[in-house]
Design a protein around this ligand. Structure first.
Ligand code: B12
Ligand code: SF4
Length: 540
């Protein structure tokens, strides 16, 4: 019997073309400046932070480690595979496309009825296109369905003509436009199903006058049950999620930060019950998982539920080490007391600014004081603190940036990242564009008190000035890299030493940009080689 469906996870495309396309935008956009703070240049190639570690380990020991943060189990593939299997379908999954191409080719040789391609982490069509092409090459007749956040982003942002252009480029048969989409996928797989009757589908009709055309079925937001449809880890091969698993314990976010679109895209807040989470943790524990990552944006809200989860983890004595986002302004003494005993090792704090007025403009519903207390309490408990900051939000001034610098210096988190404000016209602050004199979008904007060029210079100033906390790359979050390496048995000290040794390589980007030269490191310094050797030792 052929498989009903293969679910395909992330394709980690070469970051080089994206850097170069941003470079071509030149000084008309902050996109390239932003990128210079996110990637490393090594032997004339642009690479992500974790690939810098691979390169350093190779230089230090000769080993070819191929570490990759995106190897962590993709929640979308695990969720979709579990959902479809629970609904009676024969399904297999490929978590990380790059490493599993030979196995995928074998699976495709069995002529599956359908292939579902996830798009969680893409911001451009080409990596999805590559996956679709691979599928078509190996199994031309199968129905290729693409869904997930990138499809939703395309549908949310462009005119239909622009959307059709991207869909045509990707080359799938059907797209699912929904924050969830699993019910649509299951409906499509039902014998005798009629695609035209399933909500949220965008179906390729064919091409006329050189242009592909698509039919859009009516929109109807899915609202699948967080408990009834929680991942059944028995239905996912254990090698995908050991030794480090990710767990999503809620959907959407109860806040409305004025720079963020996530709550609108994700819909109403839905929470998994503590019993469901406990059941899943028992499964994960039984299969040898030691480290957990919760990618939920606000796992600690509502606070009573979060406490109940932490107490449940302590009572079960799971012994997991775990990492997550945390809104530390929404934690009381009891939460701080429960974190360490429940196994919390590190938290990502979206602080965004050390200036109260900017926090209010952002509608963060947090005070600088609460942030200070929160970081202090976390540090007292020995929990790794990783803080993220935005420079250039509407209302930002020279003085508010100095407040942010002062905040980082005084609170001394372990790690921090700082990035240039990115303005999507779909976020709530756009409604106040007149009030703030806000014009432009993406990385090219200006408002009454700053423009992107000055903000980009100030991002550099923060990086130059801050002393103590370790600088991480912005966006391609090094926090997940830290959790991933920790899960593989690398000590916190060795990760720290590697990140510290990375800073001069990252700073090279800017020095060379200022001189109009291409940066390139080909020989690492002694600190980097020592850090790489230590990590290689931990991995053995
Ligand atoms: C954790 C996370 C990360 C981690 C990933 C760690 C890992 N290895 O998994 C890190 C920090 C590394 C990361 C990096 C990036 N991330 Co990120 N990340 C997230 C986060 C918080 C959670 C993702 C997740 O696991 N969700 C849980 C799963 C279950 O949800 P899901 O993937 O949406 O899948 C559901 C549905 O969409 C659907 N579905 C998914 N695929 C398909 C396919 C089909 C056919 C169907 C029918 C349905 C379907 O099924 C699932 C169940 O309902 C999201 C925000 C969020 N809250 O979701 C951002 C998010 C996915 N990231 C985003 C971005 C932009 C990035 C970066 C590109 C940032 C950057 N500029 O570099 C990088 C990309 C990585 C790379 N190397 O290039 C964007 C994506 C926007 C988009 N695609 O349009 C998001 C949505 C945040 C945002 N609002 O901007 N990220
Ligand atoms: S930034 Fe985080 S807390 Fe704020 S609305 Fe977005 S997801 Fe919620």
């Amino acid at each position: 019997m052929p498989l009903d469906c293969i679910v395909i996870g992330f394709n980690d495309a070469d970051v080089g073309p994206m850097v170069e396309s941003r470079r071509r935008m030149g000084s008309s956009s902050g996109a390239f400046r932003q990128m210079l703070g996110s990637v490393f240049r090594y032997q004339d190639r642009w690479i992500h932070h974790v690939n810098l570690l691979n390169a350093a380990i190779h230089q230090a020991t000769g080993q070819d480690t191929q570490l990759n943060t995106m190897e962590l189990p993709g929640l979308a593939v695990c969720y979709l595979a579990s959902y479809l299997k629970r609904h009676g379908f024969e399904v297999d999954l490929v978590n990380f496309f790059n490493k599993e191409k030979p196995r995928l080719a074998e699976l495709l040789a069995g002529r599956p009825r359908m292939v579902a391609v996830t798009t969680t982490f893409y911001v451009e069509p080409d990596p999805v296109r590559e996956v679709v092409r691979f599928v078509r090459e190996h199994c031309p007749d199968t129905c290729v369905v693409v869904g997930g956040p990138y499809v939703q982003t395309i549908c949310d942002s462009g005119h239909e003509i622009a959307q059709d252009f991207v869909f045509d480029r990707i080359g799938a048969d059907i797209y699912v436009n929904d924050a969830q989409g699993e019910a649509a996928l299951a409906a499509l797989l039902q014998p005798g199903s009629e695609a035209a009757r399933i909500p949220n589908l965008i179906i390729r009709d064919g091409s006329s006058s050189g242009r592909a055309s698509f039919t859009r079925n009516p929109r109807e937001r899915e609202d699948n049950d967080m408990d009834g449809e929680a991942i059944d880890w028995e239905l996912v091969p254990a090698n995908v999620y050991t030794p480090t698993a990710q767990m999503f314990i809620s959907r959407s976010c109860p806040f409305r930060c004025s720079f963020c679109r996530y709550p609108t895209l994700a819909g109403p807040v839905r929470l998994a019950s503590v019993e469901t989470i406990e059941r899943q943790m028992k499964q994960l524990k039984a299969h040898g998982v030691r480290t957990l990552v919760f990618p939920d944006d606000t796992p600690n809200v509502p606070v009573p539920r979060f406490k109940a989860i932490l107490k449940m983890m302590i009572e079960n004595d799971f012994g997991f080490s775990w990492f997550s986002n945390l809104r530390c302004a929404n934690a009381d003494e009891e939460v701080f007391d429960l974190l360490e005993p429940s196994g919390c090792k590190g938290v990502f704090l979206g602080i965004e600014s050390g200036d109260q007025t900017i926090l209010e403009n952002m509608n963060k519903r947090a005070t600088v004081e609460a942030y200070r207390d929160g970081i202090r309490r976390l540090k007292d408990s020995g929990i790794l603190t990783y803080c993220s900051f935005i420079i250039g939000f509407p209302g930002e001034t020279e003085e508010s940036v100095q407040n942010t610098i002062r905040f980082i210096q005084e609170t001394q988190p372990d790690y921090y990242q700082v990035h240039l404000y990115y303005h999507s016209k779909q976020v709530p602050i756009q409604e106040q564009a007149g009030e703030f004199g806000l014009k432009g979008s993406d990385y090219t904007w200006q408002h009454a008190t700053m423009d992107w060029q000055r903000a980009a210079d100030l991002v550099d100033e923060v990086r130059d000035t801050v002393d103590g906390p370790l600088l991480c790359t912005s966006y391609v979050s090094s926090f997940w890299m830290i959790a991933y390496l920790y899960g593989l048995g690398v000590s916190s000290e060795h990760i720290h030493a590697f990140v510290e040794a990375s800073k001069p390589v990252l700073m090279q980007n800017r020095l060379c940009w200022e001189k109009g030269e291409d940066p390139s490191v080909s020989q690492f310094d002694d600190d980097m080689l020592e850090a790489a050797r230590a990590i290689a030792g931990d991995l053995e």
